[in-house]
Each structure stands twice: as structure tokens, then as C-alpha cells.
Design a protein around this ligand. Structure first.
Ligand code: NAP
Length: 280
């Protein structure tokens, strides 16, 4: 077990509520693995307290924090410096504090998504991708895929939101009607579900993969359950699949490196450790 001394580096995750966050489990696993004198703690922060908590963390010598629902947009406005990814998203999930107190922020979900696919040897340059959904997570995924040169098509139940997303992000992307995507599947190399369909507790949805090309890769950013209905349908057809848990684990790496100085590895041991907590 890691010993926490008076020199410990401290980071946190801020959310409201926060008790469902898997981030403390994940970061403390890495702190233990790399024998780092540090800690990562969950903080339940009401929306109206966010700014003063972040400023308090700077004053208290924290290295930085993650922010989760509902703080991602408000935390963006608390940053002194943000990168291009955050600017496009107008939101952040990872903050780090410079020694002079400068609050820096970025959004790592897109990076995590791409890393989880590269980890499974899915090549993304010029890859023809069909994205289901146009919510908050879709914005990160679309931005990251666009940055690596994928050819993007978006379909969403509410088509005006897909249009809005393409306009807001100022990217080149095609749009498909929600009713039409199953019949158009043959032209794509990668199918990504960014909707909440298939998530535990949501209504059942039958993903129709009848027209999938045999080489189609299917990924779902939903990770509870680990094998979602979409991934199950793809596996039944013998298609390659990439689970959403990888995105969750990879998006955490940049923050850990900024706060604790080690670029941590995502491997089978960590994946199984976090996955076992999802079953509880
Ligand atoms: N793996 C990870 O690290 C990671 C990271 C972030 C999020 N996620 C997961 O991603 C999912 C989406 O999160 P989010 O923040 O993007 O949510 P969000 O902003 O609320 O967007 C939800 C999306 O799902 C669509 N949708 C919901 N119900 C639907 C239905 N019955 N039929 C068709 N489409 C439906 C919505 O379409 P409309 O626009 O038509 O409503 C919208 O596109 C969640 O399950 C979340 O847990 C995973």
C-alpha cells in the first residue's frame, strides 16, 4: 500500500453527485501500481460552489482535478488557459494547476476514445465512420475522429442536433437520417454508438446490423453493461468489437500524468479491476 506523506501530490474529481464515479478507483490503482506518494479523492460539489472549490484547491496546493456531470461547461469558464480541444467543446474534464496558480484545462474524452481504438489496432486515417448520436459525448468523439483524418457521417434521432453539432464544431461531416442508417451500413468501416441506447436501465433497442460489411468494426462508448446490446449483436455476426471501458480508462491518462508525473498504462489487469466494480 502507498504511504501518503506531507509531500503527497493531491488531485480530485468534482461532481454532483459523485458517489458513482469510478475515477478514484482508477487513479488510486495507478498511484499504488507506480508507488507514488499521492492521493485522488472524490468531492461532491454543488454547482453554485464550483468556482470557489477550484480556487480553494489551487490555494491548498492540489495538483488539479477532473470534473464530471454537471460541471464540465462551468469548469471551462473557471480556466485561465484552455487548449484547442476544450475550446471546440466549450467544456473541460481535466484541470491542472501551474505552480503560479494558473488554472489550465482540457477535454480528454476524444483522446481517450481514439486511444482505445488504436489500442485494438483499428486504423482511423481515412476510415469511413458512422456515428450514432449527437449529444455531449458525440462532440468529443467527432472532434477527435476528425483530427485523425477519419471520414465522418453522423446520424441522430433528432436530426437538427446533428446539424448543430457539425456547425458548432466546424468540421466536414455527412449526415444520414436516423431511419436510414441500418440500410446504409455496408459503406462504413467503423460504427460508433455515442447514444445512451443500450445503457443499463434504458429501454431496449434492437440494433440492426443486417447490412454490415464483414470487416465492419463496432464500438460502443456505453460501458455499463460491458457487452452492450450493440456489441452483442456485432459479436453474433462475427464482427470485431471495441468496448467503451477502454475510452474511460484512456481518457484518465493525461490528467494522471499532469498531476503525478507518470504516463500510466491501460492493461488487462486495470481493465478487469475497474470492470469488476461496475458489476457491484
Ligand atoms: N466510455 C466513456 O468514457 C464515456 C464518456 C462519456 C459518455 N459515455 C456514455 O455515452 C452515452 C451518451 O452520453 P452523453 O453525455 O453524450 O449523453 P447526451 O448528451 O444526453 O446525449 C444522448 C444521445 O443519445 C440519443 N438518444 C437517447 N435516447 C435515445 C433513443 N431512445 N433513441 C435514439 N437516440 C437516443 C440522443 O438523441 P437525441 O438528440 O435525439 O435526444 C443523443 O444523441 C452515455 O451512456 C454515457 O454513459 C461514455
Amino acid at each position: 500500500m502507498t504511504i501518503i506523506t506531507g509531500r503527497a501530490k493531491i488531485a480530485a474529481v468534482l461532481g454532483w453527485p459523485i458517489q458513482h464515479s469510478r475515477s478514484p478507483l482508477l487513479h488510486n490503482f495507478w498511484l499504488d501500481r507506480y508507488q507514488i506518494d499521492g492521493a485522488y479523492i472524490p468531492l461532491a460539489v454543488k454547482p453554485e460552489d464550483l468556482r470557489k472549490v477550484i480556487q480553494g484547491m489551487v490555494a491548498a496546493g492540489f495538483k488539479g482535478c477532473n470534473v464530471t456531470i454537471p460541471h464540465k461547461e462551468a469548469a471551462y469558464l473557471c480556466c485561465d488557459r484552455v487548449d484547442e480541444a476544450a475550446k471546440k467543446m466549450q467544456s473541460v474534464n481535466t484541470l491542472w494547476f501551474e505552480p503560479d496558480g494558473t488554472i489550465c484545462g482540457t477535454s480528454t474524452d476524444g483522446l481517450g476514445f481514439v486511444a482505445s481504438l488504436l489500442d485494438q489496432e483499428v486504423s482511423l486515417k481515412r476510415c469511413k465512420v458512422l456515428i450514432l448520436g449527437a449529444g455531449g459525448a458525440a462532440r468529443s468523439v467527432v472532434t477527435a475522429l476528425s483530427d485523425v483524418g477519419a471520414v465522418i457521417t453522423i446520424t441522430n434521432r433528432t436530426s437538427s442536433k446533428a446539424k448543430q453539432l457539425i456547425n458548432d464544431l466546424d468540421i466536414k461531416a455527412n449526415q444520414l437520417n436516423w431511419e436510414d442508417w441500418p440500410n446504409s451500413l455496408e459503406q462504413f468501416d467503423l460504427l460508433v454508438n455515442t447514444t445512451s441506447l443500450g445503457m443499463e436501465g434504458k429501454e431496449d433497442f434492437a440494433f440492426d446490423l443486417t447490412y454490415a460489411h464483414p470487416k465492419l468494426v463496432v464500438t460502443d462508448i456505453v460501458y455499463v453493461p460491458r457487452v452492450t446490446p450493440l456489441l452483442k449483436a456485432a459479436q453474433d455476426k462475427g464482427l470485431k468489437t471495441v468496448e467503451g471501458l477502454g475510452m474511460l480508462l484512456h481518457q484518465a491518462r493525461l490528467g494522471f500524468e499532469k498531476w503525478f508525473g507518470v504516463n500510466p498504462t491501460v492493461d488487462q489487469e486495470l481493465t478487469e479491476y475497474v470492470a469488476s466494480s461496475l458489476r457491484k
